[in-house]
Design a protein around this ligand. Structure first.
Ligand code: SAH
Ligand code: SF4
Ligand code: F3S
Length: 436
């Protein structure tokens, strides 16, 4: 019996990691990976619906898969991930693409093995709103020396533009002991970087019974584990990041000095409409706290342009916030109307031409900031984790989250070396290993 599989992943790191769980379940059932999608026995689409563009790409790919299935009728097509969990989405998908074998909601992923053996001709739909935590899903890791570890699932914040709370359910924190034993095992297996995942890692533990379970104490416990490795985490909601978290980073030699803290906007009026629960001044106070405590901190963030009613003045406030923050990396998005969210029915939707002009201006502003910051790194030496070997060069990550390319052998992968930055080319850093 042939039994190959291909997973196509859209969306955030959560989904990338979830695809590692899908691979784990498929390999447990005897399936082996293939890159040849057209001839795969099982194709899984792990979808995202955070913006319309993500959904359009999924639908485009389903069109291609329909043709592949006409040539290979026994191909099983399974669609899972956030897009399937949105209100009414699974039924719509089933009508539009009856060739899909199964549609699985975000809380039903564990049912995948059962569906592989389902011989029914009709699309099977498994969607539920009930959610907990499933600890026993096997994982096939595909991210090199880095291992993703979920510390929590879901989101309680209901930012007015965002679909995530509707498709991922309420916040659920994993038991600390389970996280610690996962991390111990990963380090024993040779992983050098552990990235803790949650939509809002700073609210870790709020839903657990034990009173003193919180994010800073989790960070302290993890950085007390034996071995040479690095811990990163994302995402930090600005309203929830605490001084104690930054103190935990400062006191540990294992925690990366890199923080991803999305601002979304620099206008207080827009931030209020977004239900973000902070002002631009409060955001800047957190940035100042980070910079004061960690002098070499690396910052990244998300900014959205064209939220309903955003004016040129609001956008100017965003540019001001971006300039004062000085992000090393900025992810920029055009607001996309997500049905079912409060912002979708707000008056004052911004014309696409204005959205496009604003995002262009934002990207230009960030490019010169990023380039100036990169220029300042030249001459500095950073502890760098060798992550990838490509065309005779190593791509590493510094202890403050900067990517740097330098000469080195493939056998350095997974090692920590000191790298001196020698050049900045259009915000890309190049360096050389510094031998003491
Ligand atoms: N939990 C994370 C974000 C997850 S979604 C946080 O709160 O920071 C990743 C990013 O997608 C968000 O930060 C936001 O900038 C963007 N995003 C979310 N919904 C969007 C929408 N409707 N349109 C455009 N961008 C959106
Ligand atoms: Fe979405 Fe806001 Fe939750 Fe992030 S914190 S996932 S932006 S609702
Ligand atoms: Fe991630 Fe997209 Fe879902 S950003 S949480 S995969 S909607």
């Amino acid at each position: 019996m042939s039994n190959s599989y291909k997973i196509i992943t859209y969306g955030c790191q959560m989904n990338v990691h979830e695809s590692e769980k899908i691979a784990g379940m498929l390999e447990n059932e005897g399936f082996t990976p293939t890159e040849d999608t057209d001839n795969a026995d099982v194709v899984v689409l792990n979808t995202c619906c955070v913006r319309e563009s993500a959904e359009t790409r999924v639908l485009g790919n389903l069109g291609i898969l329909k043709k592949a299935k006409e040539r290979k009728p026994d191909m099983k097509i399974i669609v899972c991930g956030c897009m399937t969990q949105a209100d009414g989405a699974a039924e719509k998908l089933k009508k539009r693409c009856p060739f899909i074998n199964a549609i699985l909601g975000t809380h039903n992923l564990y049912k995948l093995p059962e569906l592989l053996h389902d011989k029914a001709k009709k699309t099977r739909v498994e969607i539920t709103q009930e959610h907990g935590i499933n600890e026993n899903i096997p994982i096939v890791r595909t991210s090199g020396i880095n291992a993703w570890v979920n510390i929590m699932y879901g989101c309680n914040n209901f930012c007015s533009y965002c679909i995530v709370p509707y498709v991922r359910g309420r916040e659920r924190s994993r038991e600390k002991n389970n996280i610690i034993s996962d991390v111990k095992r990963l380090i024993a297996d040779g992983y050098k970087q552990i990235t803790l995942l949650g939509q809002n890692v700073n609210s870790y533990g709020n839903d657990l019974q034990e009173k003193n379970e919180n994010f800073p104490s989790l960070l302290r416990d993890l950085s007390g584990l034996e071995g040479k490795f690095r811990i990163k985490f994302m995402t930090s909601h600005p309203k929830d990041i605490k001084t104690e978290t930054v103190d935990a980073i400062k006191e540990s030699d294992k925690l990366s000095h890199f923080v991803h803290m999305p601002a979304q906007s620099g206008s207080d009026r827009i931030l209020h409409l977004m239900n973000r629960k902070y002002t631009a001044a409060e955001y800047m106070a957190k940035i100042d706290m980070l910079k004061n405590k960690l002098s070499d901190v690396g910052l990244s963030g998300d900014i959205m342009v064209g939220f309903p009613t955003e004016t040129e003045e609001d956008f100017a406030d965003t540019l001001k916030l971006v300039s004062s923050t000085e992000y090393n990396n900025l992810y920029t998005f055009i607001y996309s109307r997500r049905s079912g969210t409060p912002a979708a029915s707000m008056d004052g939707q911004v014309p696409i031409t204005d959205k496009k002009r604003r995002i262009r201006e934002l990207i230009e502003t960030q490019f010169s900031i990023g380039n100036r910051l990169a220029e300042k790194c030249v001459g500095n030496t950073y502890e760098t984790l060798c992550a990838e070997y490509k065309n005779g060069k190593i791509i590493g990550e510094t202890n403050c989250g900067k990517a740097v390319t330098f000469a080195g052998d493939a056998n350095l992968i997974g090692q920590f070396v000191n790298v001196r930055i020698t050049e900045n080319k259009n915000s890309k850093l190049y360096g050389a290993i510094k031998n003491e």
